[in-house]
Ligand binder design. Structure first.
Ligand SMILES: *Cc1c(COP(=O)(O)O)cnc(C)c1O
Length: 355
């Protein structure tokens, strides 16, 4: 069997939820499990995060799956209704859609569900992606509160730069100022805001990334945030080559040896979810030792520098990211994000659950 495997630690997920809880104060926590729980598997995330106050997903299908799995907590649909036909299911399964544009209000007006639903009403406080303009809050809130199909309203916004130095104030303060008169529950914080801005907590927080043990901040490690890696992508060396000085390795012959060196071939490639644009020098752990990738990542393999890993031969264990090598470091080297790496884990990689 091909030796690549993703080990997923349920204990680490539960631990990271406790860290979120420590930051959340009295706010309730929606564990964000969209995109197959950021690549970790919806069902196992649900089990490990069973003590969350709610779950947040993207689609009706994910939400319905969570209900089938026995989830009793509130389920938030982060992009709300994609069509009027989804209203009845929201009502039947008690799903809470985010309402962020006028067509969704029209659908609800036209087809009010028999059992009224809880909704999150999203305002655009500066991200300019989803949400009603903040200036229109008076009329929008009034309209939504008066819709016969709506049982309750929570106000919501989303931050564009919670992970950066500029932070959330430029969005949070106008949002809170305009929303104050409505005296309704509210929600704003993703992982970065939850970790850094207690004033952004509100009624519900919505952490995703931190639950999976990655850091939203470029300059603060997951370890410093007391988060534990959940996914460890591991494989083995399946071949060892010896390059003479002047010889190069792999497609494009991108890495050329300037001295005789041993090269390990690892059973992991971009078809497994490893980023193809990870350049020479991307950190990787072989036999417990930190080394680097060299040359271009291929579909099913990548190559590593075995200088300094004299004891590593065929069968030597390799950690691509996870325990012993933060996914954030690999993401930084590959000029992508840990979000993208985790979500991109390919279906062909077998998964092993651990405690
Ligand atoms: C994905 C998402 C989150 C979670 O963000 P993280 O940065 O992963 O914590 C929170 N809120 C909304 C609206 C989202 O779409």
């Amino acid at each position: 069997m091909r030796p690549i495997q993703a080990r997923i630690s349920l204990g680490a997920l539960a631990h990271n939820l406790r860290i979120a809880r420590n930051h959340a104060g009295r706010a309730r926590i929606f564990a964000v499990v969209k995109a197959n729980a950021y690549g970790h598997g919806l069902s196992r995330a649900r089990r490990a995060l069973a003590s969350a106050d709610g779950f947040a997903v993207l689609t009706l299908e994910e939400a319905a799956n969570l209900r089938l799995m026995g989830v009793q907590q509130p389920i938030l649909l982060l992009e709300g209704l994609f069509g009027a036909d989804e209203i009845a299911t929201c009502s039947e399964l008690d799903l809470w859609p985010v309402l962020h544009h006028a067509a969704q209000l029209d659908w609800l007006q036209r087809l009010p569900p028999a059992r009224p639903i809880q909704v999150f009403l999203k305002f655009d406080s500066g991200m300019h992606r989803l949400g009603f303009p903040l200036e229109e809050h008076a009329s929008i809130v009034k309209r939504v509160r008066n819709l016969p199909g709506v049982a309750g309203v929570t106000l919501m916004t989303h931050f564009a730069q919670a992970d950066e130095a500029v932070g959330v104030d430029w969005q949070l303060q106008p949002f809170l100022r305009e929303m104050a008169e409505h005296a309704l529950p509210w929600s704003s914080a993703n992982s970065a805001a939850l970790l850094r801005y207690p004033e952004a907590q509100g009624t519900w927080v919505r952490p995703g990334l931190m639950l999976y043990g990655a850091s939203p901040f470029a300059e603060v490690s997951a370890e410093e945030l007391e988060l534990r890696p959940v996914m460890t992508l591991q494989s083995e060396i399946i071949s060892v080559q010896t390059l003479k000085a002047g010889e190069a390795v792999g497609y494009g012959q991108l890495y050329r040896a300037d001295h005789a060196m041993r090269v390990g071939v690892v059973a992991c490639g971009y078809a497994d979810g490893y980023p193809q644009n990870a350049p020479t020098g991307t950190p990787i752990v072989v036999n417990g030792r930190l080394t680097r990738t060299i040359g271009r990542v291929s579909m099913d393999m990548l190559t590593v520098d075995l200088d300094g890993c004299a004891d590593a031969g065929v069968g030597a264990p390799v950690v691509l990211w996870g325990e012993g090598l933060p996914v954030d470091s690999v993401a930084a080297a590959a000029r992508t994000s840990s979000y993208e790496l985790l979500c991109a884990l390919a279906a062909r990689v077998s998964v092993q659950e651990t405690d």
